[in-house]
Design a protein around this ligand. Structure first.
Ligand SMILES: *Cc1c(COP(=O)(O)O)cnc(C)c1O
Length: 380
């Protein structure tokens, strides 16, 4: 019997511990120090993000975003139902009404067509989720948001190092388009720090307040730059900073970003090429023309829940740990009584039918062949 192929295995570049050791020797262990600045500058320079602030999770970054756009009780926030709970929780915590949108028929991202019909005078923001790292149609979403004067927030938790391609072929980094964007460095993502995240502030007018909210509602960041002579409680805020130990770990990953991405993309393409050549009962993922691919995850689509249950069982019998993903949030135990009753059939379809295959740096070609062959031998 072959040993189990896990769904994920966190990748270590080997440099993390020496950077952590250096952070310890530098003597500042709290946040906003040497390694935090290094990581933030890396993103600002590489992707042209206006301002980056490391956070202790993407969840935290989303909560900062909700504070920054001043969400008040009754404000409406549009987002896909097919997403992680944190996308919604951040706004629910501020008293917002969540208006869930359906997924597109071709991929699990938000159905851009449906957006206009969901906007009311109370709508404050559209939160898009780049599912599997694949870009939503950002020109289309931007034009709708501009017309109605709405904030765009990108939940780019899965979308590190990926790009939107507009109709003239121009590439824009994901996370650089919304007024605010959030990333995750959770151990299941491409680039990791255990728990970790980042808020990107592209709207110049929100930068100063973002730093205050980040530093517990104080102007401590401005104080350390010598811009004010005392630091004071100036606004609401919380403790959103990761420690320097976490930032040092993250730096150990960022220095290896290119090789991590190259390897993941090779694995993704190999799944796609090999599986597309076979006659299978299941469907392959579609990457729309407006998106590059950062190989965050590789999924296949069954025809329904029954077939998916059988497929997961078949893979398990072959010692492969494949997993499904989100349950539609509009049908969740917490939310379903608040939902307005609209059917979101595409979201429900992805909830029932999507299967994520193992994809991690150290997946060997023997293991990947075994997974591909096991999909080939699935009959139902
Ligand atoms: C992972 C993920 C999050 C949460 O990230 P954390 O860093 O674990 O808080 C939020 N949204 C999406 C779409 C995610 O994939």
């Amino acid at each position: 019997m072959e040993p189990l192929i896990p769904f994920n295995k966190p990748y270590l570049s080997g440099k993390e511990v020496s950077f952590i050791e250096d952070a310890v020797k530098r003597g500042q262990l709290s946040g906003n120090g040497y390694y935090t600045k290094k990581c933030q500058e890396y993103f600002e320079e590489k992707y042209g993000f206006r301002k980056c602030l490391l956070t202790s999770s993407c969840t935290d970054a989303l909560e900062m975003a909700a504070l920054l756009i001043n969400v008040e009780k009754g404000d409406e926030i549009i987002m896909p139902s097919y997403t992680f709970v944190s996308t919604a929780n951040a706004f629910v915590l501020r008293g917002a009404k969540i208006v869930f949108a359906d997924s597109s028929a071709v991929h699990p991202g938000i159905d851009e067509e449906s957006l206009e019909g969901l906007i009311t005078p109370k709508t404050k923001a559209i939160v898009v989720v780049h599912y599997a790292g694949i870009s939503c149609d950002m020109d289309r979403i931007s034009s709708i948001a501009n017309r109605h004067n709405l904030y765009i927030i990108e939940d780019a938790a899965q979308a590190i190092d990926n790009y939107y391609i507009n109709s003239t072929g121009e590439h824009t980094p994901l996370g650089g388009i919304g007024h605010l964007s959030t990333f995750s460095f959770h151990e299941t993502k491409n680039i990791i720090s255990g728990e970790g995240g980042m808020l990107v502030i592209n709207d110049e007018s929100l930068i100063e307040r973002a730093e205050v909210i980040w530093e517990k509602g104080t102007n401590r960041a401005a104080f350390f730059r010598g811009e004010v002579d005392k630091y004071n409680w100036v606004d609401v805020g919380s403790s959103f900073l990761p420690s320097e130990i976490t930032a040092a770990f993250l730096w150990g990953q960022l220095t290896e970003m290119d090789s991590i991405q190259k390897k993941r993309i090779e694995l993704w393409k190999r799944y796609d090429e090999r599986l597309s050549q076979m006659t299978l009962e299941i469907k392959m993922p579609i990457v729309p023309k407006h998106s590059m691919n950062n190989a965050h995850l590789f999924y296949v689509l069954c025809k329904d829940l029954g077939q998916r249950t059988a497929l997961l069982k078949h893979l398990k019998k072959n010692n492969i740990h494949a997993v499904f993903h989100y349950l539609s949030l509009h049908k969740s135990t917490f939310f379903y009584s608040y939902h307005d009753g609209r059917e979101l059939t595409n979201s429900d379809y992805y909830s029932d039918a999507l299967v994520r295959l193992p994809l991690f740096y150290e997946l060997t070609s023997i293991q990947q062949n075994h997974i591909i062959n096991s999909l080939g031998s699935f009959k139902k």
